[in-house]
Design a protein. Structure first.
Length: 325
């Protein structure tokens, strides 16, 4: 009878193990389904290897939309919208009880000037955005500065401007942050025209930003309008847009990978992303699965998205091959 008891125990253990594994798999799938459905419910369907309009009719409309960012749980979204003959404005939506709220202007809408290009840091604790609103204790705008709000238990705080060394620049545009807190953005030197602005970075030291530095030639190659850099949370890659004579359109997206502490030569992201139109303002979903960007012309443009994981692998392989040539 001992062999029967042992066999029964073994079967019970096996059954329990299978049930536990199935439960864990189900929980994992449920989490992925929640993440997927939160985006799919905005855009009706998920993209594959071809870029499609994101949130048609809600986020992407007949206006000019660009610069989108999500909270880490992908249950809150901010983006820029510019209506015809109007200023840039940040809009937002939030998922409540499994349903997205209607689009509305962000609570911090500028009373004077305009706001654009929001970015939530990887931790979800800060919301950055660019604004031409007057600085505190000032009645008129002094340029395009970066402002930020902190997330609290009661929601986002009233925004305040980033202090020196950022506030000393008349233009700081499209700021994104890595997990380390290092900041990447577009700016230029005194006398530079907009087409001369390039990508800069500011490395955090003991909780402070002491200086800003122009990134090297691998990023800031020969071209114009080098701007709108998205830094990967782990700083393994950077995506941005630029206009080059050998590009596919008015402005293309480029990617550079960090290997052994050095940035690879920037690589055009190819026809999966780039067209004869303007592609700009890239960002990647917090789960790193989808690439978002603006596509359009001078008068109208939408936010597009495309599956990023496969594309990234292909581009990384091509980048390694190019480095050996």
């Amino acid at each position: 009878m001992n062999w029967l008891k042992t066999n029964i125990k073994s079967r019970r253990f096996a059954t329990a193990s299978i049930f536990l594994a199935a439960s864990m798999l189900s929980l994992g799938c449920s989490k992925r389904l929640v993440e997927t459905s939160s985006l799919a419910s905005l855009s009706k369907s998920m993209p594959n290897d071809e870029a499609t309009v994101f949130g048609k009719g809600t986020i992407s409309t007949d206006a000019f939309e660009f610069g989108i960012t999500f909270s880490p749980d992908m249950d809150e979204v901010f983006w820029t919208r510019r209506e015809t003959d109007s200023n840039n404005e940040i809009w937002t939506m939030k998922m409540e009880e499994g349903t997205w709220t209607d689009p509305e202007s962000a609570f911090f809408k500028a009373k004077s000037g305009w706001d654009f290009e929001p970015h939530i840091n990887p931790q979800g604790s800060r919301l950055y955005f660019g604004s031409t609103r007057p600085l505190p204790n000032s009645s008129k705008s002094s340029g395009l500065h970066q402002w930020y709000s902190e997330r609290t238990q009661n929601g986002w705080t009233d925004p305040i401007p980033l202090e020196s060394p950022f506030i000393d620049k008349p233009v700081i545009m499209y700021l994104t942050s890595s997990k380390k807190g290092n900041l990447f953005f577009t700016t230029g030197e005194e006398g530079d025209e907009p087409e001369d602005w390039v990508i800069y970075q500011s490395i955090i030291h003991e909780g402070r930003y002491l200086s800003i530095e122009r990134m090297g030639n691998a990023i800031n190659f020969e071209g114009e309008y080098i701007a709108h850099s998205y830094i990967a949370p782990d700083e393994s890659y950077i995506i941005y847009d630029a206009k080059r004579s050998d590009g596919l359109g008015d402005s293309d997206l480029y990617i550079s990978f960090k290997r052994k502490g050095n940035w690879s030569k920037a690589l055009n992201m190819g026809p999966t992303v780039n067209t004869h139109l303007t592609e700009m303002c890239p960002s990647v979903s917090p789960d790193q699965k989808y690439l978002f960007f603006h596509r359009g012309d001078e008068n109208q443009g939408d936010i597009y998205w495309v599956k990023f994981s496969t594309l990234k692998k292909q581009l990384e392989i091509q980048s390694k091959i190019n480095s050996k040539i």
